[in-house]
Design a protein around this ligand. Structure first.
Ligand code: MRU
Length: 344
């Protein structure tokens, strides 16, 4: 089994997701700047995986601060946190994990700086372990919604690669259902422009022996119209307090197609993806990425020089298009504002 991210011998070790599925290689970061870069260039991606990796980056950065004085330490520590926070704007797990690390540093400020560094290292490792546990719990709740014989459509990659490892969020539900002996089939959207579906979801499912059919994004409506899709399950990068959900670009269109065809539309995400400070989806910052992701395929230009390009990496699915939200604490049904409030 591959390891998405781990903290090993004072280094952050990541499977390089930009090289998958052709090569299974790992990168090692021994400083926080390299961790930040790995997040930015998407060697590691997916909301929970970004959070776990950033926490490890914070721990690594803290180790490099040379002082015995807490005030001085904390000043440098905040700079490191800010650097890591600046990598990607949409997935709230990044900010959630960094805040948690800041809280731990503050809670331990009476201790010698050297032992605060150890506590931070332990906290980052704990965040990773918790995430794996959370995904399994989510999978257990979510699989109850899956029937034997279901065909499930998913978008982007919400698997082990997008989390601390092993199960994943949306793919976690699928994997647990499969483990329970339910016969399921998956349609994986290729997910232009970064191709997380073709490169990563297809790779994970083939590895797990779960039947998967890869389609281009614009085929989803056709297969729904043909009656071949029973359910849609996707992950999330940030869920507002009212249930509006930001996820990979194309998720919103899928939700409308699902609604038109009366297909249940499920979101699987941990509580760390819910941003209760944001009242609705209009307040979620949407990342705009490099135009080259659109104009080029595998480094080769496919669009004319000089063409104007838009490349928003996420869109927002309104809560009215979502059937349920699957979390590690159970399944939230509409009205989501009440369900979310109760869970927090
Ligand atoms: O740009 P990415 O690849 O980081 O986007 C990832 C997604 O949109 C996933 O669907 C989301 O993070 C859920 S992953 C458990």
């Amino acid at each position: 089994m591959f390891k998405t991210v781990e903290y090993k011998d004072g280094k952050v070790r990541l499977i390089d997701q930009t090289r998958l599925p052709l090569e299974e290689v790992y990168v090692e970061c021994d400083n926080y700047q390299d961790v930040a870069r790995a997040i930015k260039i998407m060697q590691v991606r997916g909301a929970p995986a970004i959070g776990v990796t950033a926490a490890m980056g914070v721990a690594l950065g803290a180790k490099s601060i040379v002082t015995k004085d807490f005030a001085e330490f904390y000043k440098e520590f905040v700079k490191i946190c800010d650097h890591l926070s600046g990598t990607r704007p949409t997935a709230v797990n990044l900010f959630w994990a960094i805040e948690r690390m800041k809280l731990v540093a503050n809670k331990n400020k009476g201790k010698p700086v050297e032992s605060i560094k150890d506590v931070l290292e332990k906290e980052a490792v704990k965040i990773r372990e918790e995430d794996i546990f959370i995904n399994k719990a989510m999978g257990n709740y979510g699989q109850e919604l899956i029937e034997n014989g279901d065909t499930i459509l998913t978008h982007c990659n919400a698997g082990a690669l997008a989390t601390a490892g092993e199960y994943g969020t949306a793919l976690g539900v699928i994997k647990v259902a499969h483990e329970k002996g339910k016969k399921i089939k998956v349609y994986a959207d290729e997910t232009r422009p970064f191709l997380q579906g073709a490169r990563l979801t297809a790779w994970e499912l083939v590895k797990e022996g779960i039947p998967v059919r890869l389609i281009t994004d614009n085929m989803a409506g056709y297969f729904m119209w043909k009656g071949e899709i029973d359910k849609v399950i996707v992950g999330a990068d940030r869920i507002a307090a009212n249930g509006d959900t930001a996820n990979k670009i194309g998720t919103y269109s899928l939700s409308i197609l699902a609604k038109e065809h009366n297909i249940p539309f499920y979101i699987a995400a941990p509580l760390s993806t819910i941003d209760i400070k944001i009242s609705d989806g209009s307040k979620i910052p949407i990342e705009e990425r490099n135009p080259q992701e659109v104009t080029h395929l595998s480094g080769k230009r496919i669009a004319p020089e000089g063409v104007e390009v838009a490349n928003p990496a996420f869109d927002v699915t309104p809560n009215k298009n979502i059937s349920v939200i699957i979390t590690e604490k159970g399944i939230i049904k509409p009205p989501f504002a009440d369900g979310i409030k109760n869970l927090f």
